[in-house]
Every structure is written in structure tokens, then in C-alpha cells.
Design a protein around this ligand. Structure first.
Ligand SMILES: Cc1ncc(COP(=O)(O)O)c(C=O)c1O
Length: 451
């Protein structure tokens, strides 16, 4: 494994020159190979990957079963456009997904390529099915970078800055996240949920009337907004409001779904039935594929041709996704998530009690292998952030992530807060998880000591 920063290679330098500045990048290097929880760089360095390409290569890089299924499909049919005919992997995938749905009512499928596209489709379906226009999304929510998805994204202005006007008819509701609400992290979840549900009542009586409101869109675990699981009572409250007012509940499982939280879908922790659900990322372990799923009665309100896309539901991606579903079952992936999750949270909580680190940690949170640690910040999000701590080191999250990188581990920050997120492969071994936790602890201790 690598230690220390390495010079930028000529190929990476070429990339810096010719790839748009509109793309940010954490690592100025070229990755040549990926295998399991490790990637290998052009200069030969090996790195432990705790990012999984932002929660995508959940069975590790190049899982042999998934890659073989894709290769095999490449020799049968690569592209069979979904508005021309069915292809076999598309239908095989639906057969597998039907068995996994968090509610049996979810029985009508449309596949696209990216998570953002799935969100676009979900918004169109909600508007068409209800005849209403407005969408309520969550403050802190992230749903993608295309225009509709960008309009419902409220995690950072950086995603929409300079690109206005956005799609109209979008309203925002506070996510049940203590820091955003200015409530201490120790606030009982019932109190946090009640505060947000009361804001929903106000929103529906002050800004967007129920008869104008098509859908409420929420990630059951806030992803780019800071890795915050929504309390089940909040999600159940949303369900009740939606049922009462004829509003559709769209559950975005793009990042938190497909085993990441220790259940097949994060919404299962609440028992809430989605009207529409979006999936992507880990679905095909790196092959571009997303899905939007709803009840036939809702989906069938759309006219033929109103959904589609040249590459939508690509045959190779669907074949890979079938293999992913098979591997989940045969390799007992959810059992590994839950076993490794206990170890990850034990390690993070031990760091939280460590005298060097403890004063600078505001929160350890998450579900399954979707975990985060939030550090204190001397500036917070501004002068009214009541959780600012004057003595906290500056930029802790970014600096700790960089130090981990220098020690041979890739890890990501997230949100407008000082948050590091842990998204290791769902089949990560006990040893690799322990190694990652050790690297993180060392990195944090070093950075904190530097002040
Ligand atoms: C919850 C959620 N929804 C939607 C998206 C957008 O997915 P994509 O980047 O594939 O468009 C993301 C991406 O991170 C996400 O986390």
C-alpha cells in the first residue's frame, strides 16, 4: 500500500489539461485496475477503497460473477433499444427485483442509466399520475445534476449556482437532521420528527396546497447532505400526510438502497410503503443502470413513449444487475453488511471516546455500511451555527480525508458540514475494515495534533 503523496504522472497531467474544470476530483491520479476493496494506480500504488465510486461498486471492484455476466452478455446482444423490443436481461432483472421490493405493490418498472435520470422519471410520473405540479423535497437532499433533479437538490448551492432558473414548483422541507435544525445531536428523534412534520403542515397550508402538490421526495438516509438516517416515525408521518392528501411519496434509494444500510432497502427500517422508488448505483455494481418502480395503476397513467431513452435499461447493465442480485443471495451480502457494520460503529465510537479525538467529534451516525463522523468546525456554516467551536481545527474533514489518502486509503467527505463518510464494499473482509478504521484513526489523531 502507498504512503505519502506521489507526483502527478504525465497521463494524469494530460487529464488535468483536457478534462473540463467543471468536474471536481479528489485524487490527481489514473486508476488502472480495481479488485475487491482495492484499486491500483498507474504508478503502481495500491489503495484501500472506502468510497466504492460513491456507493456503486458495492460488491467490490470487478466482482468476477458480475464481470463474467456482463462479458457473456456482450457476446449475445449489447444494445436492444427498450422502445423497440424487450430484451431478456431486462425481464430477468425484473423477476429478481420483484422478490426484493420493500412492498408488493411496487410492480411496474422502468430502467434508465443514472440516478438523476431515475429522479427525472419519478418527477414526470408523479406529475402525470396526480395531475398536480408541485414537488416537496428535503433541505439537504441530493438527487442529481440534470435540471429536474438539480431543482429538487438542496444539499449545496454549488450544484445549482450559476444555473438558474431551475424547474419551478419545488418547495423544501427541513430534513430531520439535528444540525440543520439547530437542535443538539442528543435531541430525541421524536422531537426532531415532530418539528419537521409540523413544518410540513405549515408548508401545505402556507405555500403549496395539497391539491397542487404531486409528491414528497425523500432519501430515507440523507446521502450528500450528511449521512443522516430519517427517524422511522418521521417517514411514517410523511406516509400519513400523503395518504390523507393524495400526495405521492417518492423514496430515493439511489445511494442508501440495495443493501447499503443492512436491509435491501433503507425504507424497510420504517415499514413505509413508497408510491414511487428510485434505485441506481449498487444495482449493477458499476455498469450504468437506474430504475424507477411504482404501482402499475400509477405507472399506467403514462402514455406510451412518454418514458424512454436510447440507452435506457442497457442489456449488458441489466445482465450485470442480474448477477449482482444472485451474488447478494448466494454470498449472504446482507449478513456481511450487518456484521461489519457493528465493527465499524464500534471502531468509530471508540475514536469518539479517544481523548485526542473526542473534543472534535460532534456525531457518529449512519446505518449498515453507510456511516459518517461529523467533526466540529471553528466557523460552522456561519455566525448563526450554534455548534461552532472556536478551538476546533479548521477543515478537519477535508484534511483527514487527504491524510487517509496519503496513507493509502480513499475516503470521501460530504455535505456543507465537516463530515467524512464511510462507504466500503458491502462484502469487505473483517481485516480490510479493521485496516481502514486504523488508517482513519491515525489520520485523525495526526491532523488534530497539528491543530
Ligand atoms: C440519493 C441520490 N439520488 C440521486 C443521485 C444521482 O445519481 P447519479 O449521479 O447517478 O445521477 C445520487 C447521486 O449521488 C444520490 O445520492
Amino acid at each position: 500500500m502507498s504512503t505519502g503523496s506521489a507526483p502527478v504522472t504525465p497521463l494524469a497531467h494530460f487529464g488535468q489539461q483536457y478534462v473540463t474544470n467543471g468536474l471536481g476530483r479528489q485524487l490527481e491520479a489514473v486508476v488502472l485496475r480495481g479488485e475487491g476493496s482495492y484499486i491500483t494506480l498507474e504508478d503502481g500504488r495500491q489503495m484501500l477503497d472506502f468510497t466504492c465510486g460513491i456507493g456503486v461498486t458495492n460488491l467490490g471492484h470487478c466482482h468476477p460473477r458480475v464481470s463474467a455476466a456482463a462479458a457473456e452478455q456482450c457476446m449475445k446482444v449489447v444494445h436492444m433499444q427498450c422502445s423497440i423490443a424487450f430484451h431478456e436481461p431486462y425481464l430477468e432483472l425484473i423477476k429478481r427485483l420483484l422478490l426484493l421490493m420493500p412492498d408488493p405493490s411496487l410492480d411496474s418498472f422502468f430502467f434508465w442509466n443514472s440516478g438523476g435520470e431515475a429522479i427525472e422519471a419519478a418527477l414526470k410520473i408523479a406529475r402525470a399520475a396526480t395531475g398536480r405540479q408541485n414537488i416537496i423535497s428535503m433541505q439537504g437532499g441530493y438527487h442529481g445534476r440534470t435540471y429536474g433533479a438539480m431543482a429538487v437538490t438542496k444539499s449545496k448551492t454549488g450544484y445549482s449556482e450559476g444555473f438558474h432558473p431551475l424547474m419551478p414548483g419545488v418547495y423544501s422541507l427541513p430534513y430531520p437532521f439535528w444540525h440543520q435544525l439547530g437542535m443538539p445531536a442528543s435531541t430525541p428523534s421524536s422531537e426532531i420528527s415532530a418539528a419537521c412534520l409540523s413544518q410540513l403542515s405549515l408548508l401545505l397550508s402556507q405555500q403549496t396546497a395539497p391539491r397542487d402538490t404531486a409528491a414528497i421526495l425523500i432519501e430515507p438516509v440523507l446521502g450528500e447532505g450528511g449521512y443522516v438516517p430519517a427517524p422511522p416515525e418521521f417517514l411514517r408521518g410523511l406516509r400519513e400526510v400523503c395518504d390523507r392528501e393524495g400526495i405521492l411519496l417518492i423514496i430515493d434509494e439511489v445511494q442508501c438502497g440495495y443493501g447499503r444500510t443492512g436491509k435491501q432497502f433503507a425504507i424497510e427500517y420504517s415499514g413505509v410503503r413508497p408510491d414511487i422508488m428510485t434505485i441506481a448505483k449498487g444495482l449493477a455494481n458499476g455498469f450504468p443502470l437506474s430504475g424507477v418502480i411504482s404501482r402499475k395503476e400509477i405507472m399506467d397513467k403514462l402514455k406510451p413513449g412518454s418514458l424512454g431513452g436510447t440507452y435506457a435499461g442497457n442489456a449488458v447493465s441489466c445482465a450485470a444487475a442480474c448477477a449482482v442480485a444472485d451474488v447478494f443471495k448466494e454470498e449472504h451480502i446482507l449478513d456481511n453488511v450487518n456484521a461489519r457494520s457493528k465493527e465499524l460503529f464500534a471502531a468509530l465510537n471508540a475514536i469518539r471516546s479517544d481523548p485526542t479525538c473526542s473534543p472534535h467529534i460532534l456525531d457518529v451516525r449512519g446505518q449498515g455500511l453507510m456511516a459518517a463522523i461529523e467533526f466540529a468546525s471553528p466557523t460552522g456554516t456561519g455566525p448563526y451555527d450554534r455548534f461552532r467551536r472556536a478551538d476546533a481545527p479548521k477543515d478537519l474533514a477535508r484534511r483527514v480525508a487527504k491524510r487517509c489518502q496519503e496513507k493509502g486509503m480513499l475516503i470521501l467527505t460530504t455535505s456543507v458540514y465537516e463530515v467524512i463518510r464511510f462507504i466500503p464494499a458491502l462484502n469487505i473482509s473483517q481485516e480490510d475494515l479493521a485496516l481502514g478504521c486504523r488508517i482513519f484513526k491515525e489520520a485523525m489523531e495526526e491532523v488534530v495534533r497539528e491543530g
